[in-house]
Design a protein around this ligand. Structure first.
Ligand code: NAD
Length: 238
């Protein structure tokens, strides 16, 4: 049986599927990932992206942080692709229990997914670091330079920067879903960003499918590896 047929069968047979994904899930929506050839890490800037989107850099140089963040990380026009839509459909059918994502773009919710665990936060939530007031993505986009609250404080996106910790509640829920999953589908992630990538260790089943365009350090751990574009693969199967 070829890989896609095998995965289709697993999906048909299961009512406890969990999905874990990353930036590669949104490339077919026009949002660049970090580590592909045309990803952000292969473009040239004054500073490496890991530096700019770190907590200490954000504090020291919010102007440069926001210049990069607004130009390179915000894609308000992006629409869900076939991968997002297939996962939302599986949830509606009662087969998929949760989407666990490293993405910050909100496209799973836009596709209709309800149980979405955003390990790295969301560009759609922003708050004043002084008074806590909430702001929308639109508020951040329309601000000149560093967005400021009416109280004068700096507005920060609710996005986990390098050097920052993950939300423990979100992490605990992700561990719960993965450790109870029957089928775990992992896709569109280089599986190199920790602690997120380590979540796979909690899976105890024997139907781990990995869908990625390139090889990952965890291919040998998967029960099924499908090499391809995740939107095309899931769009064909679901
Ligand atoms: P990554 O850039 O490290 O890896 C992306 C992986 O997806 C690569 O292995 C690539 O080969 C694969 N890929 C790209 N397009 C694909 C496709 N159409 N189908 C299948 N595979 C595809 O991304 P990562 O592992 O998520 O880790 C990087 C960090 O980047 C995450 O923490 C995330 O928060 C952040 N990020 C998020 C977005 C977003 O929200 N859309 C975009 C860029 C980066």
């Amino acid at each position: 049986m070829d890989g896609q047929m095998q995965l289709k069968q697993w999906i048909e047979d299961s009512e406890n599927i969990v999905f874990f994904g990353g930036a590669g899930v949104s490339t077919e929506s026009g949002i660049p990932d970090f580590r592909s050839q045309d990803g952000l890490y292969n473009q040239q800037y004054k500073y490496p992206p890991e530096t700019i989107i770190s907590h200490s850099f954000y504090l020291k140089n919010p102007e440069e942080f926001y210049r990069f963040y607004k130009n390179k990380m915000l894609f308000p026009e992006a629409k869900p692709n076939a991968a997002h839509l297939a996962l939302a459909k599986l949830e509606q059918q009662g087969k998929l229990k949760a989407v666990i994502t490293q993405n910050i773009d909100g496209l799973h919710q836009a596709a209709g997914s309800r149980e979405v665990l955003e390990l790295h936060g969301s560009v759609h939530r922003n708050y004043c670091t002084r008074c806590g007031k909430s702001y929308t993505l639109g508020d951040v986009m329309k601000a000149e330079g560093v967005p400021r609250c009416s109280c004068g404080g700096i507005i920060k996106p609710d996005v986990v920067l390098y050097e920052e910790g993950l939300d423990m509640e979100v992490l605990k829920k992700a561990v719960f879903y993965i450790s109870h999953a029957d089928v775990l589908i992992v896709g569109g992630t280089s599986l190199t960003v920790y602690p997120a990538a380590g979540l796979i260790d909690y899976y105890k089943g024997s139907r781990l499918a990995l869908i990625n365009k390139s090889v990952t350090p965890m291919d040998s751990r998967a029960d099924l590896v499908i090499s391809g574009k995740i939107g095309e693969v899931l769009g064909n199967i679901v």
